[in-house]
Every structure is written in structure tokens, then in C-alpha cells.
Design a protein around this ligand. Structure first.
Ligand SMILES: [Zn+2]
Length: 183
């Protein structure tokens, strides 16, 4: 008989797992590309996919109760290559032979490592070009993100461009993006 499992998200904390929970098993769960978090019970090994939306923004760990009776804490983490589909408006700054050029673009996907965006009637950058991409996240803070990036993918016919961020660790930007991607 297949085991049916219902996990209850019993309690949600935005803090790191406190020391006093050392007696409780702690696991790590990762958000997958489809926006689900497969949470596995460390006791009976059953897995329940929880949609990201059920975990509030900024929540880092959740207490889970499994139908087998096991209560455990799992830390929600984001894989670095997790890519979120977005519809943000962005701005691309390029240095062209004719001078600086600023174009509007549509940020179609975003990860901690890079982004893919759509240009409209704008000069398409070449592979390995360094560009500056900026946009606001549609989070509560409307966080401003500005990243230096290297062009890694170009589709001339459609104006779709993929870039990899060069400057990773600049303070609150990456933190805001992390939580934006996690939400
Ligand atoms: Zn279980």
C-alpha cells in the first residue's frame, strides 16, 4: 500500500533555528525550479511538496509535523541556480562605439547568478560584453538592484539576452534578491 503523507506546517519562524531546538531533528529543504519545496520527513522518508507561496517571505525555517508523528525543523534554502520567472521592467546600460546607450528591457527571469531579459528596438549587446543592468524588484521595499554583468547568451532575432552577474556580494541587494527569489 502506498504511504499517504500529510505534513502540517505547524509553526513558522523567521529566525534561525534556535539552540533549544537541538533535540529536534533539523533538515535542509531546497526550493526547486517549479517553485515547490519538497520537504522530506527524516523519520518515515515521505516527501510532501509545499508551494513556495505557503512559506512567507523572509521565513528561514519551519517546524513540520508529519502524520507519522515526527516533528522536525527544516531550513528553507535556495539553490544558487534557482531561476524565477519575472515580468520586471529593467534598464540596460551599454558602452557602444557611439557612446553610452540606455535601453529599457523586460526582465524575464532572474536568479542570484544572472538574468535573462528582452530588448525592444535597442542595440543588442555582443557575447562577453560587460553591461550594467538595473531594475526594481516588485517586493514590498521595491528594492533597487544594479548589477554589472557579462553577456552570456544572445538571440538576435528576438532580442533576448542572457547575462551573468559579475558583482555578486554587494550588501542588501543580494539579500533582497535572495528573499525575492524565495518568495
Ligand atoms: Zn514521517
Amino acid at each position: 500500500m502506498p504511504s499517504v503523507c500529510f505534513l502540517t506546517l505547524a509553526w513558522i519562524s523567521d529566525k534561525l533555528v534556535p539552540r533549544r531546538h537541538d533535540m529536534v531533528t533539523a533538515t535542509k529543504s531546497f526550493i526547486n525550479r517549479a517553485g515547490f519545496i519538497p520537504i522530506q520527513c527524516p523519520s518515515c522518508n515521505c516527501v510532501k511538496k509545499v508551494p513556495c507561496e505557503r512559506i512567507g517571505q523572509n521565513k528561514r525555517s519551519i517546524k513540520v509535523k508529519c502524520t507519522c508523528g515526527e516533528v522536525f525543523i527544516t531550513e528553507i534554502e535556495l539553490r544558487r541556480n534557482y531561476r524565477k520567472q519575472t515580468k520586471l521592467v529593467g534598464e540596460l546600460k551599454q558602452i557602444l562605439p557611439t557612446g553610452k546607450h540606455v535601453s529599457t528591457c523586460k526582465i524575464k527571469n532572474l536568479s542570484l547568478q544572472g538574468t535573462g531579459f528582452q530588448l525592444f528596438n535597442a542595440p543588442i549587446p555582443s557575447l562577453d560584453d560587460t553591461v550594467l543592468i538595473s531594475f526594481h524588484l516588485d517586493n514590498k521595499k521595491y528594492s533597487y538592484i544594479e548589477k554589472k554583468a557579462k553577456v552570456t547568451y544572445v538571440q538576435k532575432e528576438t532580442g533576448f539576452v542572457g547575462v551573468e552577474f559579475i558583482d555578486y556580494f554587494n550588501g542588501t541587494q543580494d539579500k533582497d534578491m535572495y528573499y525575492f527569489l524565495k518568495a
